[in-house]
Each structure stands twice: as C-alpha cells, then as structure tokens.
Write a protein that binds this ligand. Structure first.
Ligand code: SF4
Ligand code: SF4
Length: 366
C-alpha cells in the first residue's frame, strides 16, 4: 500500500498556503533530514515564468528549501534543463527557481559519471554525481500532460537525473512512446526519490509539457511513492492508470503501487471536469492501435508566422531530422516523433500534429 496526500493551496495567499502545506507534508511523511545532504529536484524544463505552468512554482521550491534548512539539512537545488545548449543556472534564474533556492542552487551537469544500467537501450547513464551523492532526494514535478508520455509527473521528472544534452540521445535510443516510458522507468530505478511533492498549483492540460493550456488547480500532492503519485494524477485527469504503459511496466517490475485499491488518498481527490488530454491521446491507447491503419502526417509542422528562425529545434532534434531553409524543415523519414522540438521551441512555433500515427510508427506499440 502507498499513501498520497493532497492539499489545497489558494492563489490569494499562495506563499503562506504553500509553506503550511509543505510543513504538513514533512510532518505527515516524517521527513528526517537532519545532517543529511538533500537534493531538491524541481522541473526546470525551460526559462519560462511560473505563470506559464511549465516549471515548478518557485514558492514550492522555497518552502521545501526552508523546511530542510530548519531541520538541519545541507540543501542543494538543481535540474538538467531541456535542450543541449541550455545553461542550467540561467534557465533556473529565468523561471525564478534559482532565486527560490536561497543560495543553494547546484548545476547537476557538473562531475558527470557513467552509471551502469541493466536497461536494454543503453549500457550506462551519464548522471551528475550530485544526484548519486544525495542522502535524501526530494522530487518536485509539475502536474502536466505530455504529448509523448501522456503525463509528465514524478517518474518522468527523474529524466532530469541525466546530464545536459544526453537526454536527447536517449530519445533516439528508445525511439517510441512505449520504449521511452520503459527507459524512464530504468532511469527512475537508478535513484528512486525519497519524497515526491507535485506542484499542481497551475496544472497544464492539452499538448504539454510546454505549450499546453494552464489549468489553475490549486493543489499540492505528495507521496514517498512516485508511481502512486502519478497514478493518482492520472485518475484525476480521467485516465485509468492500467491503460498507460508506465504503470504496466511498474507492475511487471513490482515497482510502487498504482491500482486504486493499493493507494490510500488523503485529502480533496476529485476527477477534474473536461480536462484536455494531448492530441495524440485523444482516444484510448486501445483505440489508437486500431487507428494505426489511418496513415497520416505525424511529424511536427512549423508555423512560419511564429517561428523566429533561431535554430533551437534543429540543434535539439535527436534524429537530426530538421534543417533550416530558412524555416525549419522536418524530414519525415528521419523523424522519430519524439516532439522534443515542440517541447523546446520557446515560441510555440512547432505544432504537434492532429493526425494519427502513420504505419511506420507501429513499433511504438510493441
Ligand atoms: S520552430 Fe521554434 S525552435 Fe525552431 S527555429 Fe522556429 S522558433 Fe526556433
Ligand atoms: S523533428 Fe521533432 S519530433 Fe521529429 S525527431 Fe526531431 S525533435 Fe523529434
């Protein structure tokens, strides 16, 4: 059995409410960090302001840092942002997390070591030694949708264990929706967080994790079991966790709990009405398999009128499927439909297709 705690936080007294909620979470899960090296790992996907709901709200990070310090911990705050060329500190400053770390920010791409893995996709993972050296790890994901994995919650947030630009290479090593979720579980297992606090103050629906729509939710969710936390989030957005590959893999490997009868939820759980799922998941995975016969265009498309020709998408495409001419052109033969380009384009100029998966991607469901 696993426990999930949900706490309402208001928008008017956000900082006070968040501080009270984080204090309650620490008490509820008996967090003992005295004398320990604690790594707080928020979602610092991109240098965007908190009101966009893309990154962890700085108020949550600040409250966690202060709780840890008050309990006698040595604290570090860090993440590996998306993109091969993004400076970790600059990105954290742009989304307010650097300031919220109160002088305890840490670049997780320093001192990278190769960690051997039993993953079938790669022999080892390049990870910052800070992650491996932490005595206690607090994972602080956002409550968001994701065009590739449906949800980007606590397990997916651990993708940030991987140093700098290596993340893009891993997309190429596991080039399908299902394989990538298996890879995420491989990474999660390298260092399972001790506590997970999910920021659901401003959730994201639609085509997350960067360009979905903000959905004010006003909640923090917490658990020592990231799988249980993600399953609770899935149920809140109207998804049966049993349908998602992530939880199927967790069940096969005996990691965490996700079945409703194995997760005790304390607090205001409710299914969010009319929550918008990513386009590619507009139907259930079972129905998607049937729709695979429906050949369509699945590669992302560029909105020339929005694109500023910065070339970030070309730089970050793991399959090198993009060339600039002068706007980005996607080679459908090379594209692996990972949607990193849409995720990392700060202008929102890369559009996730409305069509269904073409036949060449049938491997996604194997
Ligand atoms: S699509 Fe986005 S990332 Fe690519 S060149 Fe245009 S603005 Fe830059
Ligand atoms: S074009 Fe975009 S979706 Fe296709 S492989 Fe490159 S980053 Fe991924």
């Amino acid at each position: 059995m696993s426990d999930v705690l949900i706490i309402d936080v208001g928008h008017e007294r956000l900082e006070e409410d968040v501080r009270a909620a984080v204090a309650r979470i620490f008490e509820r899960f008996k967090v003992d960090v005295a004398g320990k090296r604690v790594l707080v790992k928020p979602n610092i996907l991109a240098g965007l302001p908190p009101e966009m709901g893309v990154t962890t709200n700085p108020a949550v990070v600040a409250a966690i840092v202060d709780q840890c310090l008050a309990r006698g911990a040595e604290v570090m705050v860090g993440d590996n942002p998306g993109g091969v060329d993004r400076n970790s500190q600059t990105t954290a400053e742009q989304c307010g997390i650097y300031q919220a770390a109160h002088g305890h920010f840490k670049n997780l791409s320093e001192r990278v070591v190769e960690v051997q893995t039993t993953s079938r996709f790669v022999p080892n993972f390049p990870m910052g030694k800070t992650v491996l050296d932490a005595d206690y790890l607090i994972n602080v994901p956002c409550f968001k949708t994701h065009t590739l994995t449906m949800i980007t919650g606590a397990v997916k947030n651990c993708f940030g264990w991987i140093a700098g630009g290596y993340k893009a290479r891993l997309h190429l090593a596991a080039p399908s929706r299902n394989r990538f979720q298996e890879l995420l579980m491989d990474i999660y297992q390298v260092r399972v967080p001790d506590l997970n606090i999910m920021d659901g103050i401003l959730a994201m629906e639609g085509n997350g994790p960067t360009h979905g729509q903000v959905r004010p939710l006003g909640k923090l969710l917490a658990s020592t079991d990231a799988v249980a936390l993600d399953a609770t989030m899935a149920r809140m957005i109207g998804i049966d966790p049993a349908e998602l590959r992530l939880f199927q893999i967790a069940a096969q490997r005996g990691i965490g709990h996700w079945a409703p009868e194995e997760v005790v939820v304390e607090g205001p759980f409710a299914v969010i009405p009319d929550f918008k799922l990513p386009t590619e998941f507009a139907v259930s995975p079972t129905e998607q398999v049937a729709l695979l016969q429906d050949i369509g265009t699945t590669v992302p498309t560029v909105k020339d009128e929005v694109c500023i020709q910065c070339g970030d998408c070309e730089l970050n495409c793991p399959a090198q499927a993009i060339s600039m001419d002068p706007f980005p052109v996607v080679d459908p033969q090379k594209c692996i439909a990972c949607f990193c380009c849409a995720e990392l384009c700060m202008e929102g100029a890369m559009e996730v297709p409305q069509g269904r998966l073409p036949e060449k991607f049938d491997k996604m469901f194997r």
